[in-house]
Design a protein around this ligand. Structure first.
Ligand code: UT7
Length: 325
């Protein structure tokens, strides 16, 4: 028995925010953003779009590609740190929007690694027989938690959603392995302090800009390189493979320099690494599913190829999944 990706879809909001636009907002330059991050532009959700709206649009594309009815979906897992609201879960709002009336629904909070965590859970739930058809979505409206006065973070983030549908199959396709990790000791390197049970929203928390994402980029950078390289190696070994067997690496798109350093660590050529950071920036849990769909559309991978998805993010969390397409 294997697991097949029977449908994949993404949604990128129409509005484009360029580095030139950001030059008008904060003291920055296209040159700094491009050389330090690799980002040229990012997408921003419209005022009437929330995370579930992006997720539903990506899921509808995946359902149409899979040629299934929403009734056939047994579970919906949404990875997000920018839910529509605390509760109900964004996945329940997606279930309603898709009319996927037979699906269980729950969210995963693992920041930028959320889609990898969700994919791993979906894989195990199918292999154990709990579900047969699972819709896994990474959807984020990072622009809603971005401090547009903070040049350290506002140049990095974007909005997007990506969705895949997994189904039990007799074909050789499979999710060969996954490896997940976390270290809560570094929870203060990337976080949003306000609005939770520790600091509920008050005029004071708003004045202190606590409802925006805070990040210590420089410290994260070093941990990200090691954690991503290490988790990719562990997942590849769990699949009984080596780096040479991998046709395409799809890393979390946070910073081109992190990606290059990970590739160097793993001794893989950048030709085998998929990049779309220049177009979308860091869209947290949406980066890897959006990139996987683009890699397939652009013909960078074909049926039977081995692909590794690698992510790292707040928590801190990290993880990798090895897929045979
Ligand atoms: O999604 C997963 C989690 N996120 C990450 O893994 C992100 C990891 N970190 C990074 O990608 C990088 O650390 C950043 C892109 C965030 C920053 O790059 P850096 O090379 O580490 O720069 P830095 O933070 O060391 O800052 C260098 C300088 C500072 O100026 P001084 O103190 O040297 O005078 C910053 O104030 O660059 C300055 N700076 C900027 N200058 C122009 C910071 N942001 C900007 C900006 N424009 N937007």
């Amino acid at each position: 028995m294997g697991i097949e990706i029977i449908g994949i879809g993404s949604y990128l909001p129409e509005k484009i925010l360029t580095n030139a636009d950001l030059e008008k907002l904060v003291e920055t330059s296209d040159e700094w953003i491009t050389t330090r991050t690799g980002i040229k532009e990012r997408r921003i959700a419209s005022e009437i779009e929330a995370t579930s709206d992006l997720a539903i649009k990506a899921a509808e594309k995946a359902i149409s590609k899979a040629k299934i009815s929403p009734d056939e979906i047994d579970a919906i897992i949404v990875a997000t740190v920018t839910p529509d609201m605390f509760f109900p879960s964004t996945s329940c709002l997606v279930q309603k929007g898709l009319k996927a009336k037979n699906a269980a629904a729950f969210d995963i909070s693992a920041a930028c690694s959320g889609f990898i965590y969700a994919l791993s859970i979906a894989k195990d739930s199918i292999k154990s027989g709990t579900f047969k058809t699972v819709l896994v979505i990474g959807s984020e409206t990072m622009s809603r938690v971005t401090d547009w006065q903070d040049r350290n973070t506002c140049v990095l983030l974007g909005d997007a959603a990506g969705a895949v549908i997994l189904r039990k199959t007799d074909s050789p396709s499979d999710i060969l392995s996954s490896y997940l990790g976390a270290d809560g000791n570094y929870s203060d390197l990337l976080y949003m302090p306000g609005g939770g049970s520790r600091e509920p929203a008050t005029y004071k928390t708003i004045d202190e800009r606590k409802h925006f994402l805070k990040m210590e980029g420089n410290k994260l950078f070093k941990i990200a390189v090691k954690a991503m390289a290490d988790s990719a190696q562990k997942a590849i070994a769990l699949a009984g493979l080596t780096c040479n067997d991998i046709n395409l690496f799809i890393p979390h798109q946070a910073n081109i320099r992190i990606i290059e350093a990970v590739a160097k660590h793993l001794d893989i050529s950048m030709e085998k690494v998929f990049l779309n950071i220049h177009k979308y920036g860091n869209t947290s849990s949406a980066t890897t599913p959006v990139a996987l769909e683009e890699a397939i559309i652009e013909g960078k991978v074909k049926k039977g190829d081995i692909v590794v998805l690698v992510a790292f993010g707040g928590g801190l969390t990290w993880g990798s999944v090895v897929i045979k397409l």
